[in-house]
Write a protein that binds this ligand. Structure first.
Ligand SMILES: C[S@@+](CC[C@H](N)C(=O)[O-])C[C@H]1O[C@@H](n2cnc3c(N)ncnc32)[C@H](O)[C@@H]1O
Length: 354
């Protein structure tokens, strides 16, 4: 007769099932986000599956199944008498308000998007190499943008810049600012809105990002002062600037050391380099808490893997702790690195000077 499972084994089964349930809930959220079901429920109020089908033009049978699942997961409310699903008021800023301080919808798109090239990832485990940027679907890039714009809209200008008074002064006085690896341009655009005298430049090697950045600059009314161009910083610098910045770029780069050398070239001798990257420990095994799992998973699904896909160093999401920032900056010819006293669950911010 087989032995009864140990208490530890049973607890571990519980953990696995809990994790699988969480993963499924996020997938159901991705569907609600992509098909704008969350937005519809927030805008138009409670609905039965049939009313939601009428409102959205989607298939009632699929909606009914989704409604049961997402309500049981605790994301929406379901009234068993009226059979109506509704959006709790407190969930609206988290699920619907893109760019708001509590918005998490970027994660749904990002997760679904970067998990899509699964076979490529398995093959990379077997044969080495990595995944090209172009392999990731548009949802991934949009998710990355929506995820990161939360901090650019809510923290960059109001909380982070006051920690860098010299950067603020340069921008107030009409200085030039260049954002390398600008992605969809949200950081550049938020700064351009705050500093009307300064000139802004955003560079990224992925053409689709630059296209999106230009569209957003138009929508936000700053396209006359913000220039977005396709440019690979490892191929040289497009000019010299009073302030240069990288937001979550360096750990993703194929050649981060070369990138920092190029950034030194792009920074005027009396200029300042603002580096935002992922907060992490010297030993990857020392990273703690659920966000550590998130960071390592993101590394495998994008950061490390896309760098290796370019034949790069593959630093990974937790590959640029403060000690490496200092080492690489010094090798690149910068003379000082100051870590700013910001509290953020994901990011660390540095003011670096030539
Ligand atoms: C993690 S994303 C961050 C995007 C954006 N800064 C943000 O915070 O949302 C890294 C970006 O760097 C870009 N990138 C990677 N290597 C680059 C290089 N050598 N030159 C310019 N851009 C690069 C990628 O295309 C991608 O858009």
């Amino acid at each position: 007769m087989s032995q009864a499972p140990s208490k530890e084994a049973m607890e571990f089964v519980g953990k696995v099932i809990g994790d699988a349930t969480g993963m499924m809930a996020i997938r159901l959220c991705a569907i609600g986000d992509r098909l704008e079901l969350f937005k519809d429920l927030a805008d138009n109020g409670p609905a039965t599956s049939q009313a939601l089908a009428d409102r959205t033009g989607l298939n009632e049978r699929y909606l009914r199944e989704w409604i049961y699942g997402i309500s049981l997961a605790g994301y929406l409310d379901f009234d068993k008498k009226t059979r109506e699903v509704s959006m709790p008021e407190a969930h609206i800023p988290v699920l619907v308000e893109v760019g708001g301080p509590l918005y998490q919808g970027g994660l749904f798109k990002m997760f679904t998007g970067f998990m899509q090239p699964y076979e490529d990832l398995i093959e990379a485990f077997q044969k080495g190499g990595g995944i090209d940027y172009g392999t990731y679907p548009a949802d991934f890039w949009r998710g990355l943008e929506h995820n990161s714009c939360v901090r650019y809209k809510n923290l960059l200008v109001s909380q982070w810049l006051p920690e860098m008074p010299d950067v603020q002064t340069k921008l107030e006085n009409g200085g030039s600012f260049a954002d390398f690896g600008c992605g969809a341009g949200r950081s550049t655009i938020e700064l351009a809105k705050a500093f009307p005298k300064a000139s802004f430049h955003g560079y990224d090697l992925f053409p689709e990002n630059i296209e999106n950045a230009r569209l957003t600059a138009e929508e936000e009314g700053v396209s006359d002062r913000v220039e977005f161009e396709i440019h690979d910083i490892s191929k040289g610098v497009p000019g010299k600037f009073d302030v240069v910045a990288t937001f979550d770029l360096i750990h993703d780069m194929a050649d981060p050391k070369g990138g920092l050398k190029a950034l030194r070239q792009a920074c005027k001798d009396d200029g300042i380099y603002v580096l935002m990257d992922v907060d992490c420990t010297d030993d990857p095994a020392d990273n703690e808490g659920p966000l550590a799992v998130f960071k390592l998973g993101a590394s495998l699904h994008f950061c490390m893997t896309s760098s290796l896909g370019q034949g790069g160093m593959g630093l990974g999401t937790v590959g640029l702790p403060e000690s490496k920032v200092k080492e690489f900056s010094s090798e690149a010819g910068f003379s000082s690195v100051r870590r700013l006293p910001i509290e953020h669950p994901l990011n660390a911010l540095y003011e670096i000077r030539p």
